[in-house]
Write a protein that binds this ligand. Structure first.
Ligand code: C5P
Length: 220
């Protein structure tokens, strides 16, 4: 691809997995590697966009030349993406954001000697960042969400995606199946893209970079 069809556009991409601290040495996290989000940031940059990458925990290097904002938790990610999206034409929420965080973060290590044989953690819901962005979206801004689901049945997966898209209110939802050996830490991906209303607008599989370009084609 030689085109610069995103020249002059400001694109915000979130990537990676958030980490919610339990104590100074432990966190609740997820297996997102950040590969798909980083691929979208690189592809958007190659197509001429000015890119802000909001990076939760990444297992890959962020691309050079993007504005990098590093965050740990869902609340930090919310603050960063809310700020960056004010001037953005396109916001792509690839990050795997924790739905819950520990109700309290201890100042000292949680000790086995105090907890005994079972330990119950109380969690509280994080805000749904994507739904919040959608409710404040400007005219002309394009908002893209992701949904990583373990549902094995393809038609049930699409149904889940349609419900999620409606609940979040984004313009597009990129749906992919994840599992123990699929989706998150892998080099390739297989996605279905739904647009507002629920129609399937694109299906792609291949390297995360090629999938990124196909997703940008849809957005453009
Ligand atoms: O509800 P679920 O976590 O499956 O939704 C996934 C999409 O919503 C992703 O785009 C993710 O970045 C976003 N999300 C969010 N705030 C949360 C949880 C997920 O914006 N608290």
């Amino acid at each position: 691809r030689g085109g610069v069809d995103l020249a002059g556009k400001r694109v915000v991409v979130t990537a990676g997995g958030t980490r919610e601290p339990l104590d100074p040495v432990r966190f609740l996290g997820n297996r997102s590697s950040g590969r798909q989000g980083v691929a979208i940031a690189s592809a958007a940059q190659a197509r001429g966009a000015e890119v802000v990458l909001i990076a939760a925990h990444l297992e890959v290097e962020p691309p050079e030349g993007v504005e990098l904002v590093e965050v740990q938790t869902a609340l930090e990610l919310e603050e960063a993406v809310t700020e960056a999206s004010r001037a953005a034409d396109i916001v792509v929420m690839t990050a795997a954001v924790a739905d819950y965080r520990p109700a309290e973060t201890r100042d000292a290590k949680i000790k086995k000697s105090e907890a005994g044989q079972t330990l119950t953690l109380e969690l509280v819901a994080n805000p749904d960042i994507l739904a919040g962005l959608a409710s404040r979206k400007r005219d002309g801004q394009v908002l893209v969400g992701f949904a990583a689901e373990t549902e094995p049945d393809p038609s049930a997966l699409i149904e889940l995606g349609r419900n999620k898209l409606a609940a979040k209110g984004s313009d597009f939802l990129v749906l992919n199946q994840v599992g123990w050996s699929q989706g998150f830490a892998t080099e390739s991906n297989e996605v279905v893209v739904l647009r507002k209303g629920g129609d399937i607008v694109m299906e792609a599989s291949g390297s995360k970079l090629s999938v990124a370009d196909r997703i940008l084609d849809v957005i453009v």
